[in-house]
Ligand binder design. Structure first.
Ligand code: UTP
Length: 291
């Protein structure tokens, strides 16, 4: 049996400008897909992978995330007094009892790589996961994407990065990997290119928001100079890891990814989840037919 991935980092200190004005006060990660905020889907996936320590890299506008995972004394007491046990279980179930949440601050949005580096003192010296909550990956009752990756990483003793095929004309929106296939889902990364033009892209395998990495990545991040947009890029540090260790894997996960960092993706995710819910599906279907 493979070792569980105990620590997972959630970099949630971005500005979320694509959802302004809502994100003036509502953290992007608190936007709901039906009745659950994006961050809950991300946490559920990390817990499914075996995590017991969740590290949220936040900023001063994101207190709602800490509040969401905290105890809601008054609400819980009221629900209990009214005998609303099912609702009470929902409120209390945001974080399993054996799982702890730790919050660290990224003082300024210096990029994803910098956000991950802020988690260094908490992660220590063991492989860890990174989940970007705005990439919602849904695999129904099957294994979550992070668990699939943790198992592969443990088996192969290597870092694993989630990839997905994207349309060729969209390579300039993603980190793209050139990789040599091992089997139908995994491949050894040869090199990575940040946002290449379609004509220059070595493939259409795009990096998406799940990573399993060794703690060595922190030293490499410390040596990483600001790249595209003046930000410290995680991709640059992974490229350095690849050069040093010679083996980082790309993994085509089982499941569907919704890019909820933009409006169309959030709508798609909401529609998908609504169609999976037998109490909503007929209403949504007839509403769509009317439209
Ligand atoms: P995005 O590129 O989606 O940026 O960040 P953003 O600020 O969240 O959203 P837009 O583009 O302005 O709408 C990818 C992930 O990296 C985190 C974000 O919170 C998100 O989970 N991030 C990014 C940080 O935590 N800190 C940063 O400095 C940058």
């Amino acid at each position: 049996m493979s070792k569980p991935l105990r620590k997972v980092v959630f970099p949630v200190a971005g500005l979320g400008t694509r959802f302004l004005p809502a994100t003036k006060v509502v953290a992007k990660e608190m936007l709901p897909v039906l009745d659950k905020p994006l961050i809950q889907y991300a946490v559920d996936e990390a817990v499914d992978a075996g995590a017991d320590t969740l590290i949220f890299v936040t900023n001063r506008y994101k207190h709602a995330i800490a509040d969401y995972f905290d105890k809601a004394y008054e609400l819980e007491a009221k629900l209990h007094a009214k005998g609303k046990e099912a609702l009470l279980a929902l409120v209390q179930g945001t974080l399993p009892k054996n799982v702890r949440a730790i919050f660290v601050t990224q003082p300024e949005a210096f990029g994803l790589g910098h956000a991950v580096l802020c988690a260094k003192p908490v992660v220590g010296d063991e492989p860890f996961g990174i989940v970007l909550p705005d990439d919602l990956i849904w695999n129904g009752q099957g294994k979550g994407a992070l668990r699939q990756m943790a198992e592969l990483g443990d088996e192969q003793q290597a870092g694993v990065i989630a990839v997905e095929e994207v349309p060729h004309n969209e390579t300039d929106k993603y980190g793209i990997v050139a990789a040599t296939a091992i089997d139908e889902r995994s491949a050894r990364i040869d090199h990575m290119v940040e946002k290449p033009k379609p004509a220059d892209a070595p493939s259409n395998l795009a990096v998406v928001g799940r990573y399993v990495l060794p703690s060595r990545i922190f030293q490499l991040l410390e040596q990483t100079v600001p790249g595209a947009g003046g930000e410290i890029q995680l991709t640059d540090a992974i490229d350095a890891l690849l050069k040093e260790q010679g083996k980082v894997l790309a993994y085509r996960f089982e499941g569907t990814r919704f890019d909820c960092g933009n409006k169309a993706g959030l709508v798609r995710a909401t529609m998908h989840m609504a169609m999976q819910d037998p109490t909503l599906e007929p209403t949504v279907r007839s509403f769509l037919a009317d439209l």
